[in-house]
Design a binder for this molecule. Structure first.
Ligand SMILES: *[C@@H]1O[C@H](CO)[C@@H](O)[C@H](O)[C@H]1NC(C)=O
Length: 307
């Protein structure tokens, strides 16, 4: 009976980029460099937002946590990917695959929710400036963070248990770079109604809802900014928000394209490329976008870096 047999003896094979045997070394080098820059860039944001008192505001408190989250999120997938590319041994045990699946979902949910929290923070700062320090007090900031990190946990525990207790048949090959939903759905057999329900719940509550919140916040923010009397004020408000919008756009667009566009409409290999964008692209660009476009962060960096 489906739902009863956890088949621990199974090993999966992550096909990854093995269809391009000639460029394995090159891919390894690229992914390694990107991973290093993710650790370095996000680590630097955590360090400077910790030590510079100018950056002790709610926005940077959330940004620091986003950087920390992105380190966790990429570390679920990238080290394994590097190991596979290096050893050319693509096996992944049942447990490792389930653990990867679970943490990918939990951190992915946390990222969507945290991006929504950051949009809400900008909304309050720009549209309700008089109440900002009251609404975004320290307790509220911590509550919002904890809420983002833990909301996905109960659903994803059940979802993971549900998927991995389905029988796998036909093949143990996952045509992907890590244990993600679409490749697993292709090799399970038995009744996937429950899995589809979980996918639906995740999509509605953890992707569409935060995305709507973000869009509504930014519509309000932009209308407020357009009414500002001074051009300098308008420019400053726009530049902070446009960095945030770029990060959001990249993350949601690549994630949704990889998961929701039917396979037949995409050319071969594009899935894996998109998954690389949302697992390592966003975390790589996030610190770049925030720091290169942000005067406060650049000023803070100049203070700690020798000339
Ligand atoms: C981010 O928030 C989570 C949940 O509140 C917390 O466990 C974690 O330590 C925070 N990380 C940083 C770097 O602030």
């Amino acid at each position: 009976m489906a739902g009863e047999n956890l088949t621990f003896s199974i090993e999966f094979i992550l096909i990854g980029f093995s269809d391009f045997p000639n460029i394995q070394g090159f891919l390894f080098a690229i992914v390694l460099v990107i991973y290093m820059s993710i650790l370095l860039g996000n680590g630097l944001i955590i360090v400077i937002t910790n030590i510079d008192p100018v950056l002790h505001t709610p926005m940077y408190f959330f940004l620091k946590n986003l950087s920390f989250l992105e380190i966790c999120y990429t570390s679920v997938m990238v080290p394994r990917m590097l190991k596979n590319l290096w050893t050319q041994n693509r096996n992944i045990s049942f447990i490792a695959c389930a653990v990867q699946f679970y943490f990918f979902l939990v951190f992915g949910v946390a990222e969507c929710l945290l991006l929504a929290v950051m949009a809400f923070d900008r909304y309050v700062a720009i549209c309700k400036p008089l109440y900002y320090s009251v609404i975004m007090n320290h307790k509220k900031q911590v509550q919002l963070l904890i809420g983002s990190w833990i909301s996905g946990i109960p659903v994803e525990i059940q979802f993971t248990y549900q998927v991995f207790s389905l029988p796998f048949c036909g093949s143990n090959k996952l045509n992907h770079v890590f244990c993600d939903i679409p490749p697993l759905m292709k090799i399970v057999c038995g009744d996937i109604t429950m899995s589809e329900l979980f996918i639906f719940v995740n999509a509605v509550f953890f992707v569409i809802a935060p995305l709507l919140l973000i869009l509504v916040s930014y519509v309000k923010i932009i209308t407020t900014i357009l009414k500002l009397p001074s051009a300098i004020g308008r420019h400053k408000a726009f530049s902070t928000c446009s960095s945030h919008l770029m990060v959001i756009g990249l993350f949601f667009a690549s994630g949704m394209m990889a998961h929701w566009i039917p396979k037949s409409k995409k050319s071969k290999g594009i899935d894996k490329l998109l998954s690389l964008v949302y697992c390592i692209g966003t975390p790589m660009f996030n610190p770049l976008i925030y720091s290169l476009r942000n005067k406060d962060i650049i000023a803070a960096l100049k203070k700690i870096l020798p000339k």
